[in-house]
Ligand binder design. Structure first.
Ligand code: SAM
Length: 329
């Protein structure tokens, strides 16, 4: 059957109805705050909320091209990809649907697609993002590099809908990249492995924590106007203004996540019935910083594959295929 790729189009996924304000109210209504010592802690750590408005999307697009942002994890991931490009492409079949889950501006993944094409792979690129504004930048970036592209606007957890857009005869590459760290690992890896066929490929990555680097990692978040902007920008959807909030970041030893959060000083009218009180904390960003051992064991729980890293070995990624069912006796 001849393939029809409608180049550089953007498709809105059917299940996509996203209103950040009501999403936040629903998340709050479904939870009781966690009690930590004398403090009540609310969780609003859904990455869909961080880029949902035009202002948030523009802030991300600006921060992503700033040198300060690139110095941190962004550079480490770039180095990881560049160092291991042959390995990554070596696991791709001749014909590929490349799904970029939470693509952002897609500059990093467009680099992979271009390299794959230069090594003879025929790739259709599917950037997926909840933000139409960010997705249109990704599609434009891909188009200007001459990549065959179909942008998908919506929640990438709707994997079934994404698969309907791709062609079944091609190998699917699921690129979760650094977005992995913003999800519960079992949840997101379970979802992806659940739709993978034996020939499909997954890629995801994380900054690795060890006995020495946690204070430095937390500092990267604490002293970070971009992260603070994401926390305040998310809370603005329910009426908080910056004067109502105080920003901070910490490492949660139990979950191995950095938590970027706000302490509530004053409560907007809209939230008076939610149970939130001044003095409460609202965690907006969580970013998992696994040890290398934990990263490898969660990856190998779902996939067979290999670990790759940047030359400094601060940043690791996993390239894998769906785990073959073990022999059950
Ligand atoms: C950090 S940014 C860009 C990451 C990009 N892959 C990179 O490495 O540069 C994360 C992007 O994922 C998108 N995103 C987050 N959660 C999403 C979800 N559940 N569905 C679709 N897009 C999502 C955001 O809108 C944002 O553009």
């Amino acid at each position: 059957m001849a393939e029809t790729i409608r180049e550089s189009e953007i498709v809105t996924l059917a299940g996509t109805k996203f209103s950040p304000g009501s999403e936040i109210l629903t998340l709050l209504a479904r939870q009781s705050p966690e009690i930590r010592g004398d403090t009540r802690v609310w969780m609003l750590n859904d990455s869909k909320l961080w880029y949902a408005s035009q202002n948030q999307a523009d802030a991300y697009l600006k921060v992503d091209s700033s040198e300060a942002y690139k110095k941190g994890m962004h550079n480490a991931e770039h180095a990881c990809i560049q160092t291991n490009m042959n390995t990554i492409i070596g696991m791709m079949e001749p014909r590929v649907s490349f799904l970029d889950l939470g693509c952002g501006n897609a500059n990093m993944t467009i680099g992979i697609v271009k390299s794959a094409e230069s090594k003879g792979r025929d790739v259709v690129f599917y950037p997926v993002d909840i933000s139409p504004r960010i997705l249109s930048v990704a599609v434009q970036n891909a188009k200007s590099e001459g990549v065959k592209t179909r942008g998908l606007n919506g929640d990438f957890e709707l994997l079934g809908e994404l698969l309907n857009e791709t062609q079944p005869e091609r190998q699917r590459v699921f690129n979760l990249g650094a977005n992995f760290v913003n999800f519960n690992s079992d949840h997101i890896l379970g979802l992806i492995s659940g739709v993978m066929r034996s020939s499909d490929l997954v890629y995801f990555s994380a900054q690795i924590s060890n006995n020495h680097n946690v204070p430095e990692i937390v500092e990267q978040y604490r002293d970070n106007p971009g992260a603070k902007g994401m926390v305040f920008g998310t809370l603005a959807h329910v009426g908080f203004s910056p004067k109502d909030l105080e920003y901070n970041a910490r490492f949660n030893e139990k979950t191995k996540e950095v938590e970027a959060y706000a302490v509530v000083k004053d409560l907007p009218e809209k939230l008076k019935g939610t149970g939130i009180k001044p003095g409460d904390e609202i965690v907006v960003i969580t970013s998992y910083k696994p040890s290398l051992g934990d990263f490898e064991s969660i990856a190998k729980k779902y996939f067979d594959g290999k670990l790759i890293s940047d030359p400094e070995m601060t940043y690791f990624a996993f390239l894998g295929k769906k785990k073959k069912p073990g022999l059950r006796l």
